[in-house]
Write a new protein. Sequence first.
Length: 255
Amino acid sequence: MRQIEAVGVISEAIKNDSGVRAIFLKGSMARNDLDDYSDVDFYCIVKDDELEDFLKRRLNYLKQYRPLIYWSEVNFVGPQIVAVFDNGLHFDFYTVTLETLQKTDEIKIIYDPNKLLSDYKAENLTISEDDFINIFDGFTFTLLEFEAAYCRNDLIWASRLASHLSGDLAIILRYLYDKNNAKLGFKRLYKSLDSDLHEKILSAMDLLGPSFLPKGVVQLVEIADEVIEKLPEEISSKINRTFFNYMSNKIKGLK
């Protein structure tokens, strides 16, 4: 696969860099969940005193694989190049030090001569109970905003708010059915849902466009109704049920 080929070529070139201490992968390649459409999450741990010089060499290392048709620099978990090769491969090149390394997600070690990553233990991607409550109550408040936009006939904004609702509901469902990966939201959510719930989500999202409102949002609310019944008592007792029930009834009453 092109991802494996790219990692092999670029890793071999980088191993000889004096500033590099280790190379590893995250994402689908680290989880052994790779498919033809996966991007590459490629990480280098570099020496603190050689960081700035190494950053200047990254593009040359990427070009050892194939020509680039796009690249940009961002700083998400550290200095990062977002690159696209001429075969369409999306390659994220992260540079960290031992001090800035975040232990989220599983890793696959490519190069680690000094065993710096031997005690690496991935933190899961769950959310706290308080975060869940805030997200659920935020979902309810967005229903209020959606109702106002829809009733004003501002259907473009209403559709955008409906998209926000689906994103919050994805995290809520992930927390319920795949708690350790709640922060991933929609990403591969379908693997955690039974076929019936999966079909309900697909049906709702098909109907979130301006011309179909409020049908899709009504279906999202119906799914949220089901979720509440499955929540542990210690959480369901803390969400704002009064507000949710009020908005649920109002949304279901929209024409």
